[in-house]
Design a protein around this ligand. Structure first.
Ligand code: GLP
Length: 243
């Protein structure tokens, strides 16, 4: 595990985007595992800049997103498909049919989960997985529990997770109750993982995830066992890591 602590958001964003850009430069058909939420937005902005500067082309890149809300149409402004289009896909030369986000509006959600795993198996392995972390240690939407699931599956969102995402919806009642998420097995299969963490409110959970016991109570703690984990944190989130 390598931990970088940054003084500025700009440095963090440029470093994250730089790692992704370097991967695609050396492997133009790289498979990216992508995350949503507030955390990666600045990294996607820097990636779009790199694309506009001619430093990188996404024309042969494939992508798989971690998760999607159940019950939101793809074109709902808060669906993760809309988020990805808005923050990245619409601004670079990635082929949309090579981008994969679980279909949260599928008639048969279990069949959609199986199909998503099959599509991932077809490409072999994710080269680089981008990850954020929830305040309770969730990764993707893998919530703390007595047991975790390896493959893509449907989850009921914890109240605290719905609360954290309520800022994007008109009211709590509009926040979806369920989601489809890659499982921890799929996440851990990636060749490399970048965990990005920002803000003082994540300082304790990132410390627990990286240095606490490895437990299903904190799904992100599994990342301690990954052979190629890079952690990018701002100085607020990194505070407890250096004390
Ligand atoms: C969300 C997403 C996660 C994300 C996390 C943190 O609910 N499903 O993939 O990493 O929670 O979100 P944020 O980056 O907005 O703090």
């Amino acid at each position: 595990m390598i931990i970088h602590i940054f003084d500025s958001q700009q440095e963090l964003n440029q470093t994250g985007a730089g790692i992704i850009t370097a991967l695609i430069q050396t492997k133009p058909n790289a498979v990216l595992g992508l995350a949503t939420g507030g955390t990666p937005v600045g990294i996607y902005e820097e990636l779009v800049k790199n694309y506009n500067l001619g430093r990188v082309s996404f024309s042969h890149v494939k992508s798989f997103n971690l998760d999607e809300y159940v019950g939101l149409p793809e074109d709902h402004p808060e669906s993760y498909r809309s988020y990805m289009n808005h923050h990245l896909f619409d601004h670079v030369d990635i082929q949309k049919d090579q981008t994969h986000v679980p279909n949260g509006n599928a008639a048969d959600v279990d069949a959609e989960c199986e199909e998503y795993d099959a599509r991932m198996a077809d490409v072999g392995q994710v080269d680089l997985q981008i990850l954020g972390i929830g305040h309770n240690g969730h990764i993707g939407f893998n919530e703390p529990d007595r047991e975790l699931t390896a493959g893509t599956h449907q989850v009921e969102l914890k109240a605290e997770t719905r609360q954290a995402n309520a800022r994007y919806f008109p009211s709590m009642d509009d926040v979806p109750t369920h989601a489809i998420t890659m499982g921890v097995g799929s996440i851990m299969k990636a060749k490399s993982i970048i965990l990005i963490v920002r803000g003082a409110d994540k300082a304790e959970i990132v410390k627990r995830a990286l240095y606490g016991p490895i437990t299903t109570d904190c799904p992100a703690s599994l990342l301690q066992t990954h052979p190629n984990l890079i952690v990018l944190v701002d100085k607020e989130a990194g505070r407890a890591l250096v004390e």
